[in-house]
Design a protein around this ligand. Sequence first.
Ligand SMILES: Cc1cc2nc3c(=O)[nH]c(=O)nc-3n(C[C@H](O)[C@H](O)[C@H](O)COP(=O)(O)O)c2cc1C
Length: 195
Amino acid sequence: MIIEGLVTTLGPAGACHVAPMGPRFENSEWDDSFELAPFQGSATLRHLVEHPEGVFHLDDRVMLFAQLIVGGWEGPVCSAAEVVAGWVVQGVCRAVEFRVEGQDLSGMRSCLSCRVMRRHEYRAMSGFNRAKHAVVEAAILASRRHMIQRGELESRLADLYPLVSKTGGSEELQAFALLRNYALADDQVSRQVAQ
Ligand SMILES: Cc1cc2nc3c(=O)[nH]c(=O)nc-3n(C[C@H](O)[C@H](O)[C@H](O)COP(=O)(O)O)c2cc1C
């Protein structure tokens, strides 16, 4: 199963780099290993090839996902990880320090085999909330805006909006609005798909 979360890697000069990523676990997030599939060209992949350690986080603050995708990260500070050279985002629910033990860089999406080195449990995750899930979906759509036709983007975001308006709070509403504006912005990056 794929669990959506945040991955920190070591950026230039050891700075904390954060990106939303969805690693695949064989059974559950409690497995001792997982596979990470960052796209070729992503900073996360570049960093992990240079330094094969990082931290995967589970968090229910969907605004963090939105800010990371639209480029307005105002996120919490990071503190040093315990057993890997890496960074833990403050205030998350859980964090998993990992080491990359194998890599297949042949495809558009790489496949990095990661071993869990240390787990941290900080706080309970919030229960199922359809608005939070809808914002995560919107964040994934927004991160692929260059690959999806505008009409399809509009329609898929319109389908998600009632979940946010009916079941969300102010954080979910604001995060969704940020993502929608970004995904449908007129100064859109050139799309790889014909309109
Ligand atoms: C919930 C979520 C999950 C994502 N999972 C992945 C993933 O597994 N692999 C990937 O390459 N990009 C994934 N993305 C898209 C990246 O976050 C996005 O391309 C980001 O710009 C990559 O950042 P980086 O270049 O700083 O690594 C995901 C986005 C979201 C919102």
